[in-house]
Every structure is written in structure tokens, then in C-alpha cells.
Design a protein around this ligand. Structure first.
Ligand code: ADP
Length: 418
């Protein structure tokens, strides 16, 4: 091999080497570029994922927060409710209970952690029993239960899954206290029966005497006169009863009687009452006295109610008094209140009757006052009128010695009323 061949071989080798290097560079560059592109893509994906994750994170926080809020709202709704709410799961175990429910059923907070139900009180046990029945039948149940003198109404309704509507997940027992409603219903029934009773007696008498009068020619003038007197007396009784019932109904009406607020001259009111009752007082020679030590006119809500209240008390002082007795009204005031005393030296009221005399239609032994024809409404009007004036009444009384009613009414602030 000569020198020229050697050079050619070296040149070829160098060329191959150069080509290999160039090829390698091209391949490496290619790999590099592809890897870089992949890396860029991955980076982009990573950024996208990060963004997605942040969005998911925010969304989850929002959901948790809104769930928390919803739970708080629901909790406040349930705790503000007047009804007791208990949610039972399919095994009759309580999973939710509001404050009222716990109070009604007398359950401790630890109820959620107790496994057995051995020492349950009968009311709670009955609610569980009905709830399980409702769960099994899927039919709502309603029942009443009397516990410690209170009447409760319990409604058990099945609770279904929010998403799978056919899946029953438990029962909600809704417990309401019907005691007040029952009392009102009883009072209404008693009122209707009392009113009917009070109407029946005078109406029967009137009907009987009218019938007697229809035989006019057979009656002597004395009997005719007697019939007419009874009819007239009983008609006045009926008229009075209707008037008292109307006053009661007006007092019963809720709402502010602001339009009737007036400055009252108490001295004038008492004079008017004394003058209206002077005939009744004269019949028994009863003296009507007053001792009024108040400065100027007094602002009281509703003069009409004030008049009626005082009228009834003075009239009672006369009605339930003996010959030559007295009824005395004294009035004082300070900057905040007015104090009125109505004192008589009449029949007196037994201590055990003190509370009951303010009830509607309540009369102490009917024959004692039957001659005066009272309906037992007078003092209930006094009581209701005073409630409308934010006032209070108390009494001291001794049988055969007399009675003293004391009334305290807060004075209304004239500037505030303006
Ligand atoms: P009535 O309209 O029948 O008088 P009230 O409601 O005014 O009914 O009074 C209820 C009962 O209280 C009366 O039946 C009466 O026996 C008794 N009573 C009220 N005021 C007096 C009083 N000043 N002295 C004695 N008994 C009274």
C-alpha cells in the first residue's frame, strides 16, 4: 500500500467518522427536540392539571361551606320551631333531634350513643313504636298522647332518599303540643254553654209570662201587672247580658286601641258612675263616697273600658252590700302609676273564691245574688279591661265585713304617645 492509498483510506475513515458524527448530531438533536416538545406538553398538562386541581379544590370548599351553611340554617330552623322533631333511622334509632323534641320526650343528649332501649319512658317508647310501624308500612301515622297533663299530637312520616326516591331511609316524628288549643276549645265550648244557659232562664220566664198574658181577660189587673213587671225585668236582664257580651267581645279583640287613647278626668268619670247608680244605691240606702287626690287629667288608654271597669266594681259594691252600707272610691297617683281603691262594707268574699271570681260566668253561690240578676261577667270585664291598660287588680276581703279592690294602672307617657 503506497502513501496515496493510505491517505485515501484515512480520508474515507474521516469521512465516515464525520458522517457518523453528523448523523449522531442529527439523531440527538431530533431526540432532544422531541423530548423538549414532550416536556413542554407535559409542563402544559401539569399547569392544566394544577389549574383543574385548584378549581376542584375551590369547588369542594364551596360545597363543604354551602353544606355547612345549609346544616346551620336547617339546625336554626329546627331549633326555632315550636314543634318537636325527631328523625329515626330504619332501626328506630334517633339520628336527629331538636331541642323541643328532646324536651317533649324527656330524652337525654346521650340518646345517640345508647345501644339498648330498655329504660325508655312510655311516651318516647310509643313514638319509636309508631315510627317503626310507619317505616314498615310507608304509611304516615298520626296519634295523640297525654303526658303529664299535656296533650301532644304526633305525626310520623316516612323520609325518602334524596336521589333514589323509592328508598325509604327513616321516619320523621313531628310532635306538637295541643294543650293550649284544647284549653281554648274547652273554654269556647264552656262559654257557648254558659251563654245559652244565661239566655235560657230569662227567655223561659218571658215566654211563660207572655203565654199567661195571652189569657188577658181571665187575669185580674194585679196579676197582669205582675206579668208585665217580670217580662220587663227579664228583658232588661237580657239586654244587659247582650251588652256585657258585646263588651267582652270588644275587649277580646286584639290590636292597639290607640285611636281611643284619651285624657280622662277621673273625677268626672266617678261622678257619672255615681249618678247612674244612685237609684240602685238608694234602694238599699247605701252611701257612695269618693276621695280623689290626683293632679289634673290622666292619660289612660280607652276611656270607655276605664269607665266600664270602675262602673262594674262600684255596682258590685252596691249589689253585694247590706242596708245602710257604703261604697267608697279613692284615687291617688305618682309620676308613673295611678292607684284606685273601691271599698265596701258588704257581704265580703271568701278567700278561696278570690281567684275564681274573675272567671267568666263565675258567681259565688247563685242564690246569694240571684235577686240582683248578675251574670258573673262583671269582674271578667274588669280583668280584661285592666289587661288592655297593662293594669293589675288585687283584693282584700273578709266575709260579712266587706271588700276592698285595689287597681294599679301605669300612666302613659304623653310625650311618647304624641
Ligand atoms: P255578677 O255580674 O254576677 O255580679 P261578677 O263577675 O261581677 O258577677 O262577680 C262575680 C262574683 O263575685 C259575684 O257573683 C259575687 O258573688 C262576687 N262579688 C263581686 N264583687 C263583690 C263585692 N264587692 N262584694 C262581695 N261579693 C262580690
Amino acid at each position: 500500500m503506497n502513501k496515496a492509498d493510505g491517505i485515501i483510506i484515512i480520508a474515507v475513515l474521516l469521512l465516515i467518522l464525520a458522517l457518523t458524527i453528523i448523523f449522531s448530531i442529527v439523531v440527538i438533536t431530533n431526540i432532544y427536540l422531541r423530548t423538549r416538545r414532550k416536556l413542554q406538553k407535559l409542563k402544559k398538562r401539569e399547569t392544566e392539571l394544577e389549574l383543574e386541581l385548584t378549581t376542584y379544590d375551590r369547588r369542594i370548599r364551596e360545597i363543604v361551606e354551602s353544606d355547612n351553611n345549609r346544616f346551620n340554617y336547617l339546625n336554626s330552623v329546627f331549633s326555632c320551631m315550636g314543634n318537636g322533631i325527631v328523625l329515626f333511622n330504619s332501626n328506630g334509632k334517633p339520628v336527629f333531634l331538636n331541642h323541643v323534641g328532646r324536651k317533649f320526650l324527656k330524652i337525654e343528649k346521650s340518646v345517640f350513643f345508647k345501644e339498648d332501649s330498655k329504660d325508655l319512658n312510655p311516651f318516647y317508647e310509643r313514638v319509636i313504636r309508631h315510627s317503626l310501624k310507619t317505616y314498615e308500612s310507608r304509611v304516615p301515622e298520626t296519634f295523640e298522647h297525654v303526658n303529664d297533663g299535656k296533650t301532644y299530637k304526633i305525626q310520623c312520616v316516612p323520609v325518602y332518599d334524596r336521589y333514589e326516591r323509592q328508598v325509604c331511609i327513616g321516619v320523621m316524628a313531628d310532635i306538637s303540643d295541643l294543650t293550649r288549643l284544647k284549653e281554648i276549645e274547652e273554654a269556647r265550648k264552656e262559654f257557648v254553654s254558659n251563654v245559652s244557659h244565661e239566655f235560657r232562664t230569662p227567655m223561659t220566664l218571658i215566654a211563660g209570662y207572655v203565654e199567661t198574658l195571652s189569657m188577658w181577660d181571665e187575669l185580674d189587673p194585679q196579676n197582669r201587672q205582675k206579668c208585665l213587671e217580670v217580662i220587663s225585668y227579664e228583658t232588661r236582664r237580657l239586654e244587659r247580658l247582650v251588652q256585657e257580651l258585646l263588651t267582652l267581645s270588644r275587649l277580646d279583640k286584639k290590636g292597639d286601641n290607640g285611636e281611643n287613647i284619651s285624657l280622662v278626668n277621673i273625677k268626672n268619670v266617678i261622678e257619672k258612675i255615681f249618678s247612674s247608680l244612685s237609684n240602685l244605691a238608694d234602694e238599699k240606702s247605701i252611701s257612695l263616697e269618693s276621695d280623689i287626690k290626683i293632679s289634673g287629667n290622666i292619660l289612660i288608654s280607652n276611656e270607655q273600658f276605664f269607665y266600664q271597669m270602675l262602673f262594674n266594681l262600684v255596682e258590685n259594691g252596691i249589689k253585694y252590700n247590706k242596708e245602710n252600707g257604703y261604697v267608697k272610691v279613692s284615687v291617688r297617683n305618682d309620676t308613673e302609676k295611678i292607684y284606685i281603691k273601691i271599698k265596701d262594707n258588704g257581704l265580703g268574699i271568701d278567700k278561696k273564691e278570690h281567684k275564681r271570681i274573675f272567671e267568666r260566668f263565675y258567681r259565688i253561690e247563685k242564690d246569694r245574688n240571684s235577686g240582683d240578676g248578675g251574670n258573673g261577667i262583671g269582674l271578667s270585664i274588669v280583668d280584661m279591661a285592666l289587661k288592655r291598660m297593662n293594669g293589675k287588680i288585687s283584693l282584700e276581703s273578709e266575709i260579712h265585713k266587706g271588700t276592698e279592690f285595689t287597681i294599679v294602672i301605669p300612666l302613659r307617657d304623653m310625650k311618647r304617645e304624641d
